[in-house]
Design a protein. Structure first.
Length: 281
């Protein structure tokens, strides 16, 4: 029997009086209603070219679709960005939403050049100098480990080489496919103890602001940036990358960061690290 979760928001379910309710849906329903609809986009786009190839246009030009769009298919009436489905992601959208949050964070699913992404805003500039005990989220930059627990290096070993890996304007964008079996995580989609609107330092697995993969319950902390390692699914080659910490569940390592830039207020992804996304087909 499929494991069931209490999703929030609840897709296509309302109370008898028309008010929305928290619904219990299973994974199959989630895949139908949730952002995993993008998997169809990916499957249709890939053909025999392979996943990473869709990040760049034919010929290797750098003129890909750099702009990131909100993706709220199936949750247009419930996600905070539901009315912005397929519209460009703007920094101000996140700033406004984070201002309503106890932790000063906001997150949204998106699509970038056919690739599922998650963008998180953390009011780091405001909160970094305050006591951690106040529960206000800020980015932390740490050492990371491989799937055996062996330390492999520090986030800043990578960001020293390319400072664009640091969050830009309090924003960090993450490749949206789980390092376990390549499902597409969601931002606080599940109302359980991992998604309370709280923040704990250090990427601990207790408290909210986590990305949650509904497939087998892996959790990731977008506020903890570290070095990770993974391997190319096609040829087995290993690579290190800047990522966010795996906080719990069966995923072996964290999710890759996609460096971004702002074009005016629009969020754009930079296609410089396509090796980082090859752990999925
Ligand atoms: S695919 Fe994400 S936990 Fe299994």
């Amino acid at each position: 029997m499929a494991r069931e979760y209490d999703l929030k928001p609840a897709p296509a379910v309302g109370g008898a009086d028309g008010t929305s309710t928290t619904a219990t849906v299973n994974r199959r329903q989630f895949l139908r209603y949730g952002f995993n609809t993008a998997t169809g986009v990916l499957a249709a786009s890939l053909g025999v070219l392979g996943f990473a190839s869709i990040l760049l246009p034919p010929g290797g030009s750098t003129e890909g679709q750099l702009g990131v769009l909100f993706w709220a298919k199936g949750r247009e009436d419930s996600a905070w960005y539901g009315s912005k489905h397929e519209e460009p992601m703007l920094k101000q959208d996140f700033v406004d939403e984070a201002a309503k949050s106890n932790t000063g964070t906001a997150g949204a699913s998106g699509i970038w050049n056919g690739v599922p992404v998650i963008v998180t805003y953390v009011d780091h500039a405001k909160n970094a100098g305050t006591p951690e005990s106040n529960g206000k989220a800020r980015f932390q930059f740490t050492e990371g480990v491989d799937e055996t627990g062996k330390t492999i290096g520090h986030f800043e070993d990578l960001s020293d080489v390319d400072p664009r890996l640091f969050p830009s304007e309090n924003l960090v964008m993450i490749f949206g496919r789980c390092t376990h079996l390549c499902c597409i995580p969601g931002w606080q989609l599940v109302s359980n103890s991992f998604t309370d609107d709280t923040w704990t330092p250090g990427g601990g697995d207790d408290g909210g602001t986590k990305l949650f993969c509904i497939c087998h319950s892996s959790r990731f902390d977008p506020t903890v940036l570290e070095m990770n390692t993974n391997r190319n699914r096609s040829n087995g080659a290993t690579f290190n990358y800047a990522g966010i910490r795996k906080a719990g569940g069966p995923a072996p390592v964290g999710l890759p960061i996609i460096p971004i830039q702002l074009n005016g207020d629009s969020i754009e992804g930079l296609a410089d690290y396509i090796d980082w996304y090859t752990y999925c087909d």
